[in-house]
Ligand binder design. Structure first.
Ligand SMILES: [Zn+2]
Length: 324
């Protein structure tokens, strides 16, 4: 069986102490779990999670922060008469709370689509809440079966009274998919081959000039392997048949100036910081690459002055975080 999100090398002090490979998983349809099965050890001090917060980080780009005990940010793009959501992390309960929080600021407009970035469980576990809200589920074709199963599964905890999922509506992405309206261009890109997950749906919002790429950037580990992929080489081929950066492809194909790159686990980063990061990675990897040349063209002034990456140098050596 192909290993999806199920390979977990665990390192300690540079030594691989575990190499966990899950090759199959099966639901026990008869399982009845009691709340006591999830009771915390009395010795464990629970994390005091921050409450949900909502902010309009750019005109028409809403972000609900602190979902999943402070680990997840949800983005919503506001169009003239509807909203588009990026990601459905954690669980239906968490996402119902996020949608409720969104409604404090944008009460009237329906959520027409939720773009599911990738099928790691922590990014798609809440999809049922969006199905309940009437949203079309946007995913890659080969992920549809998995998304269906996650969307219709019932809560296993006896005390939770769960509702059956409504009929699911899907929009499948193969290449690109336009979701915007006459006033705001919103494009889903089906990107391939990053080290975190084989297929990642990246959302580009022309209205706020933002790129949303789940797991690409993190407050705690900005220099992870997924960001390297986003900022560095990928399987995209440039005009001379050499690798080009995903970031630059997005900038070029949408004719945007990057002003915001948001991610599931991080605050939005500004343009100079991200372009500088991208340039730094690309130039270090291959100063003669198409990506380097195109990045220079995308942000010549910033590169000329050599904007320094904003994070402490020590973060550069942080290992890639997998499975998030
Ligand atoms: Zn992930």
């Amino acid at each position: 069986m192909r290993c999806l999100a199920s390979c977990f090398p665990v390192g300690r002090r540079g030594i691989n102490v575990l190499d966990i490979r899950i090759t199959a998983a099966k639901f026990d349809e008869n399982a009845k779990l009691a709340d006591a099965d999830f009771a915390l050890d009395p010795m464990y001090k629970p994390f005091d999670a921050p409450g949900l917060e909502i902010a309009e980080v750019k005109p028409g780009l809403w972000e609900v922060a602190n979902a999943g005990q402070g680990n997840y940010r949800m983005q919503f793009i506001e169009l003239a008469d509807r909203l588009i959501a990026y990601g459905a992390p954690v669980s239906p309960t968490e996402m119902r709370a996020v949608i409720k929080k969104l409604r404090e600021k944008v009460a009237a407009k329906p959520i027409s689509h939720v773009v599911l970035s990738h099928i790691h469980n922590d990014h798609v576990g809440g999809v049922k809440a969006f199905a309940e809200a009437g949203a079309t589920l946007v995913t890659a074709a080969d992920a549809q079966d998995v998304v269906c199963k996650i969307a219709v599964v019932q809560a296993r905890t006896v005390s939770v009274v769960d509702q059956p999922a409504p009929a699911l509506k899907f929009a499948l992405v193969n290449g690109t998919l336009e979701l915007g309206d006459a006033t705001r261009k919103v494009t889903v890109f089906d990107t391939r081959g990053n080290p975190h997950v084989e297929r990642l749906l990246v959302l580009v919002d022309g209205g706020s000039r933002s790129v949303m790429a789940a797991d690409a950037y993190s407050d705690t580990q900005p220099f992870n392997a997924t960001f390297d992929w986003l900022a560095g080489h990928s399987r995209f081929k440039g005009p001379r048949g050499r690798p080009v950066t995903v970031l630059v492809v997005l900038v070029r194909s949408t004719r945007l100036d990057l002003s915001t790159v948001t991610s599931r686990h991080a605050a939005s980063a500004g343009p100079s910081a991200l372009i500088a990061l991208a340039a730094d990675h690309i130039l270090r990897a291959d100063p003669d690459s198409d990506g380097a040349a195109l990045t220079r063209r995308a942000a010549p002034s910033r590169l000329r002055f050599g904007v320094a990456p904003p994070a402490p140098a020590a973060w550069r050596s942080a290992p890639a975080r997998r499975g998030t």
